[in-house]
Design a protein around this ligand. Sequence first.
Ligand SMILES: *Cc1c(COP(=O)(O)O)cnc(C)c1O
Length: 233
Amino acid sequence: MSIRTNLTQVIENIHSAVHKRSKTLINESKNVKLVAVTKNHDVAAIQEAVAAGVLAIGENRIQEAAKKAQILQKQVEWHLIGHLQTNKVRQAVQLFDLIHSVDSKKVALEIDRIAGALGKRQDILIQVNMANEDTKFGIASKDALTLAKSISNLEHVRLCGAMTIAPFYDNAEQARPLFRNMCQLFMELKDMNLANTNIEWLSMGMTNDYIVGVEEGANLVRIGTGIFGQRQY
Ligand SMILES: *Cc1c(COP(=O)(O)O)cnc(C)c1O
């Protein structure tokens, strides 16, 4: 299957998932942004995806993203979807339009400091570890709104929503309750009406589970394998 064919299928699946949303989500925007996850794929593959209409690229390693961005420049949006350590914040702020993976006050403060120095306002999402998995990054759901509140006081950071990664299930239906709770948390975050924020994005869903994610209210999905095929490591 070509990248273009895969992409068409993914976009079709997203559209039909939007139409299967429950009535409680009827007032939510029907626009879903697709981030094509290109980790371990080369620039030629990314260029093929861009030619087929991809507008946003997701990478989880800063070094790898920086190399690709040197070639591709700003013809696409760059999204950081992997864990961010404080010592990598400078590069991240220089490169990324949206950072999905902020999970502590410490890293948010460092983003604020660097963004201020660079004269940038950095858009970020809070990563929430909804399933409380030891193996995953993300803040515990019970602490997410407190973190949001403290981030809203930072001048050079703009909180734009939240992101979660579901555990890997054989059947994506198993992720549905978790996605539903995550959407609930997202709505609470919106309803807080925090100054300085623009709570717009709910980033939830990968190749294995994006259809359920969108059905449960995701408006940002991160898809690699479903577009590019299996990654070679
Ligand atoms: C790799 C990755 C994805 C994409 O995974 P696929 O299963 O290939 O779609 C999405 N989100 C994050 C955080 C990732 O690391």
